[in-house]
Design a binder for this molecule. Structure first.
Ligand code: SF4
Length: 500
């Protein structure tokens, strides 16, 4: 076994890599699939533990610039596609080195492609084109036996900079310098190979309110004339937003970006009454995706305000949900126990508190304890405001964190409930990180972690968890142990504007 093998097609690529990937065998296979086929017996003799195909490539996607790095999520040729799940930690590693890195499909062709052919290939969604990767990757064993494989290419020319231009020669020299620079990262990536155990938290990922909100946007797109606008992110997740955008939804920050008479969806986090009034005045067709559990907090707010209580909201400043609830009237925001010590009310016998639905239960209780001590008659809602999904996901991550070397939480940086899951895991003494997807996982996090806890915030799609497990499986054998603390069967009905 040869350990890590790095394969380059051209002499210049080989020269950029040889001696710069510690402990690796660097090989030159020659340019084009025919030369690759003649070289393949050498690959089977080497029987690598990990394989990287590295070099330069032509850009297809218009966003690519010369010098950008493409890490292939899959390679395609006329026979089909081969998914390369092990490569994603390399994305985060190269980004952390300051490189512009794209992660997506790479296509291999039999000969150099230019002009119209490139435009045709770009329409398939491939980011870049080369001539060797697919033939090399295909020669490796079937997926379940294949060692970790990555394809890394630096862009020389793009669809807008034809191959023969002088600028392309300069870009070629720069690309080779980038290849030299990234070479040591290939070693760090290969060192991730090995067996692991995954502790899967259950429940995790989508809650009933998020499923309903996504369903509402999709139904609105089907039923109403386009464009359909969505005020704020429908739920706080970049993948969900991108997916709905690709279906035609137009996301805006405020109603003044929405033309009169069109359709607007209010996000799951709810809106202040002033926003509803503005929508009515502008004759907008409103489809309200406010989670029923957020709507319940608004109802409580109106009830407490209506009877003249001083109302305190425990929550985070600037969050969409908090902003909406505060809009119900004269409500004071209390974020910490220290603020609870200082908050001033007109009549200490007429005080009520509410809670943002996605807070950490333990942290919120610290604030509640202070308020109850200061205002013994304080009223609380008849049922807990922190929602079932938040509580269950926190219980579930607590149940795995103590036994894990590392906890990965799938979710976006602006997702309150996902951030709270990270904090709950960290309070168990385990390092925990929030990532949007497998591409956000830094190699240093998983290099020495043999037991990895995985969960996902209520706004994060379940397939993101599958992709992380798939990535770990591509790095070595994985044993998955799912720990389910409770089962959820809550479903919310759709609003009449989109119900059948
Ligand atoms: S996290 Fe809770 S409040 Fe928020 S959308 Fe999901 S169920 Fe509703």
């Amino acid at each position: 076994m040869a350990g890590l093998v790095v394969v380059a097609a051209l002499r210049t690529e080989y020269a950029a890599l040889v001696g710069r990937v510690p402990g690796a065998v660097v090989e030159r296979c020659g340019m084009g699939p025919e030369r690759v086929r003649r070289w393949l017996p050498r690959l089977s003799d080497l029987a690598p533990d990990a394989l990287v195909v590295a070099g330069v490539a032509g850009g297809l996607d218009p966003s690519l610039r010369p010098g950008d790095v493409v890490v292939a999520s899959e390679v395609r040729d006329e026979r089909g596609r081969i998914v390369l799940r092990a490569a994603s930690p390399l994305v985060a590693e190269l980004r952390s080195m300051g490189m512009r890195v794209h992660y997506g499909p790479m296509v291999s062709c039999d000969k150099l492609v230019t002009g119209q052919q490139r435009e045709q290939l770009a329409k398939t969604g491939a980011l870049a084109v080369d001539m060797e990767s697919a033939a090399i990757v295909r020669a490796m064993s079937p997926a379940h036996e294949r060692p970790p494989v990555a394809v890394v290419r630096v862009i020389v020319d793009t669809a807008f900079t034809p191959v023969a231009r002088l600028s392309t020669v300069v870009a070629g020299a720069r690309a080779l310098l980038t290849l030299r620079r990234l070479a040591p990262a290939l070693r760090r990536w290969a060192d991730l190979a090995g067996p692991r155990r995954v502790l899967l938290a259950g429940p995790r990922s989508f809650c009933a309110g998020v499923e309903r909100a996504i369903d509402i946007v999709e139904q609105a797109l089907r039923r109403y004339p386009r464009p359909v606008y969505v005020r704020r992110q429908i739920v706080h997740n970049a993948h969900v937003v991108a997916d709905l955008q690709s279906q035609g939804a137009v996301f805006v920050d405020e109603l003044d970006e929405v033309p009169d008479g069109t359709t607007v969806v209010f996000s799951a986090h709810g809106v202040a009454p002033a926003v509803r009034a503005e929508a009515a005045r502008r004759n907008l067709r409103v489809v309200d995706a406010t989670c029923p559990l957020v709507a319940k907090v608004h109802t409580e707010a109106r009830r407490f305000l209506g009877r003249g209580d001083s109302v305190l909201l425990i929550g985070h400043n600037g969050h969409d949900e908090t902003e909406g609830t505060l809009g119900e009237g004269n409500i004071q925001l209390v974020q910490t126990p220290e603020q609870a010590e200082r908050v001033d009310v007109s009549d200490p016998t007429k005080v009520a508190f509410l809670t943002q639905t996605t807070l950490a239960v333990e942290e919120a209780n610290k604030v509640v304890d202070v308020l109850r001590r200061r205002f013994p008659l304080i009223e609380s809602p008849p049922t807990e405001d922190i929602c079932y999904a938040t509580t269950n996901r926190q219980d579930a991550v607590r149940a795995i964190a103590g036994d894990a070397d590392l906890v990965l939480v799938l979710g976006s940086q602006n997702s309150s409930n996902s951030l709270r899951l990270v904090e709950v895991a960290q309070r168990s003494g385990t390092p925990a990180f929030l990532v949007d997807d497998a591409g956000g996982i830094l190699p240093e996090w998983i290099e020495h972690s043999r037991t990895i806890g995985i969960t996902a915030g209520a706004s994060a799609p379940p397939h993101l968890v599958d992709e992380v497990i798939g990535m770990l499986r591509a790095l070595g054998p994985v044993e998955v142990d799912e720990r389910v603390v409770t089962h959820e069967d809550i479903k919310f009905t759709l609003p009449k504007e989109v119900a059948d």
